[in-house]
Ligand binder design. Sequence first.
Ligand SMILES: Cc1cc2nc3c(=O)[nH]c(=O)nc-3n(C[C@H](O)[C@H](O)[C@H](O)COP(=O)(O)O)c2cc1C
Length: 142
Amino acid sequence: MKIAIRYYTRSGNTERLANAIAEELGVTAEDVTVPLDEKTDVLFLGSSVYAGGVDKSVKEFIETNKENIGEIVNISTAALVRSTYKKVKKLAEKYGVKMAEEEFHCRGAFAIFHKGRPNEKDLDDVKAFAKKYIEEKTEKTE
Ligand SMILES: Cc1cc2nc3c(=O)[nH]c(=O)nc-3n(C[C@H](O)[C@H](O)[C@H](O)COP(=O)(O)O)c2cc1C
């Protein structure tokens, strides 16, 4: 199964989740400026919220790479909102890309709020999430 990891980050919070998944699955995590050079079955896509929206480079990434994305598994951090899932799903639908129902979200540090997040537990949790997701997907396709 071909797996890829991409993220958009401003202060490093979402990148830390992406790197934890990379460590767990043995796949390199890159930011969204790095295109997918081949068809991937599962794309872990990390994003976060800035003034209520996801950065436009996430949209551009999905649009540019749509032919190579089997499905998006949403990964996100934010200070207040519960997830970027709905926003990213809307983009995925716009470009005809499948969006997995499962997702991972945790708090991300912002100014004086949620200092240290994602923390070690968050990183362990995202690793466990990614491992389980891939294991279950592998079972289904065998
Ligand atoms: C300019 C700016 C605007 C933000 N706006 C929101 C917001 O509207 N809602 C929210 O929940 N978090 C907001 N945040 C917090 C970020 O979503 C949070 O810190 C996230 O973990 C940042 O991820 P990153 O370090 O990967 O960029 C904002 C952060 C910044 C820097």
